[in-house]
Design a protein around this ligand. Sequence first.
Ligand code: NI
Length: 167
Amino acid sequence: MFQTLNGFLQSWEYEAGATQKLLDALTDASLRQEVASMDRTLGRIAWHIVTAIHEMMSRTGLQFASPGEDGPVPTSAKVIADAYRQVNDAFVQALQTQWTDSTLKEMHNLYGEEWPNGITLMVLIRHQIHHRGQMTVLMRQAGLKVPGVYGPAREEWANLGMEAPKL
Ligand code: NI
């Protein structure tokens, strides 16, 4: 649970930056990558990450512009990556202008439970991490280079003058 708005914003800056790097690495063809025909494609997961910020945070009364969950998934990777950039900027600006530290203790109904906003922000981060992990697997399967998130990806070890650890 976040106690201060600044504490969240500092964590979120890194998380949103890592998400943006992944979205910027997508190609149009890769959006069709899927684990199985019953599962979400890479494009659908990426778009879910974009729209989930507003889907979740609007339940707290926070107001900012975002595409909705229900529209069709864009077929352009650039459209998805640019949408995340815009939604994220609007989200951060909304937090900075509409919330203070004390707003984090306010309770709202999220999916049938009462959560303080400080918890909702933590869940937002965890939800994004969960889907970002799914994305990195599908990105490898689609033959894309995957940027490192919490440490170097395979190709990035060489830039550090090191060999990737073998398992
Ligand atoms: Ni989800």
